[in-house]
Design a protein around this ligand. Structure first.
Ligand code: GRF
Length: 210
């Protein structure tokens, strides 16, 4: 059984998609062992509670320095003994100590087609604002492994989503979630739980089987 820790900051619709996929059997052989939020008011923590999953808050505000927060985050993740950490709308730069301790075992969902519309400043609604400002006709979502550089690690799954005339950032964000994010993230976890994902020496992921 793949032990999954999910890191969140906000509404937690991606977390919900994972919870639902485990419940319905779309993801087999995986369980969420802990949900970690940097924000104690995140609705994602309520979603975890409703699903009977332990949810905890580790906020930078509760620590005197960033270093102490980083260490606490690492400790709270380690004590859950996850095989995989899923960043599902986690608005915190993952500290190097966490990346190091869980190398190749952290995935993130980004609401655009990497390497477009990613990197510094490209988070939340801003991503969709920039897509619309640029006049892109296609956007989407990407699940990728996390390394030290922002939105940079090996790409695992991507799905394209159409940009439509008259879209607002909010409308586009919703479409990207419905048509891509909520499908891709459970699928990524399922593939990893089935042991079908490898990363080669060039940093390219490969998915075995059908
Ligand atoms: C999603 O768009 C995700 O891609 C981004 O933050 C948003 C989180 O939404 N990184 P939710 O908390 O899962 O509803």
């Amino acid at each position: 059984m793949l032990r999954v820790a999910v890191c969140v900051s906000g509404g937690g619709t991606n977390l919900q998609a994972i919870i639902d996929a485990i419940k319905s059997g779309k993801i087999e052989n995986a369980q969420i062992v802990r949900v970690v939020s940097n924000n104690k008011n995140a609705y994602a923590l309520t979603r975890a509670g409703k699903a009977g999953i332990e949810g905890i808050c580790v906020s930078p505000r509760d620590y005197e320095s960033r270093e102490l927060f980083n260490r606490a985050l690492l400790a709270r993740l380690q004590e859950a003994e996850p095989d995989l950490i899923v960043l599902a709308g986690f608005m915190v730069a993952v500290p190097a100590c966490v990346i190091d301790a869980f190398r190749g075992r952290i995935i993130n969902i980004h609401p655009a087609l990497i390497p477009s519309f990613c990197g510094k400043g490209y988070y939340g609604l801003h991503v969709h604002e920039k897509v619309l400002e640029r006049g892109a006709k296609v956007t989407g979502a990407t699940v990728h492994f996390v390394d030290e550089d922002l939105d940079h690690g090996p790409i695992l799954l991507q799905k394209a989503v159409e940009v439509k005339e008259g879209d607002t950032p909010e409308v586009l964000q919703r479409r990207v979630m419905e048509e891509a994010e909520w499908i891709l993230l459970p699928r990524a976890i399922s593939l990893i739980a089935q042991g079908r994902v490898t990363i080669d020496e060039s940093g390219i992921t490969h998915i075995s089987g059908k």
